[in-house]
Design a binder for this molecule. Sequence first.
Ligand code: GLV
Length: 316
Amino acid sequence: MESIGVLLTCPMYTNLHEQLANRFNLFKLWNFSSFQSFSQTHANSVRALVCDTKIGADANTIDSLPNLEIVSTYSVGLDKIDLKKCREKGIRVVNTPDVLTDDVADLAIALALAVFRKIPHSDGYVKNGLWKHGSDYPLTTKFSGKSVGIVGLGRIGSAIAKRAAAFGCPVSYHSRSEKPEAGSSYKYYPNILDLAANSQILVVACALTEETRHIVNRQVIDALGPNGVIINIGRGPIIDQRELVSALVEGRLGGAGLDVFENEPNVPEELMGLENVVLTPHVGTDTVETCNDMADLVIANLEAHFSGKPLLTPVL
Ligand SMILES: O=CC(=O)O
């Protein structure tokens, strides 16, 4: 397969780069001054494109690669890929579901615990020597038993539900339709406003689509209220970030644990000083174990495609 041209859109994980370079004719887009300068000389060679959550495959990129057969994203999220264009052109699309579910669900719970128990702040209290000189650390808020509302009960949402239930949290959810597999364990709300009004923690775990963009708006935030907490491990634009920031600054929302943002890597300055807000840099899947599994899946899908075998995780 050494002659097959594969284009990598941006730096990802060295293990993935190495595996791709060992098997294919790998082009790293960032080694070229622009996409135009790359495509002038190499566009015809590219049969596969590997992208991720930072730089995906837009219509212009897809149209500029006349021999493109497959887009393989090193992510479960598909929001950076023009799926309509891929469908039109008969280009296959694969992603990396399942292998990352546990890590993202773990992070959702970790963020909730971190917000309620103020773990980052109390860590600073000890490390900055304040414990020795100050009084006892102020009381925090209990997480176990809080009602959890999950937006999107897919693979990741279900894994979060399972974990939350183990903490004694009653779990409810909102999604486009009721999930028969949720049975009577989790209450379904057809309307996200009702979910928020009946939850103490709202966890955003759905995919970003035109339907879910800003689905968490001012009304939803206000329904959650001043003691409510939002956790977002999905995508930044699912929440109206301006409304989220003003609610946090004005005390209309109790706290937030955020791994994703509307304009990454830019994060609103107003969030930096808030003790009730815990921020992580879009690292839901970023453990060595999971990144190795994701890299293996990207490779296995490409190898299957180019040897005429069924794709492991087809989207299209
Ligand atoms: O955000 C991470 C992913 O989509 O895999």
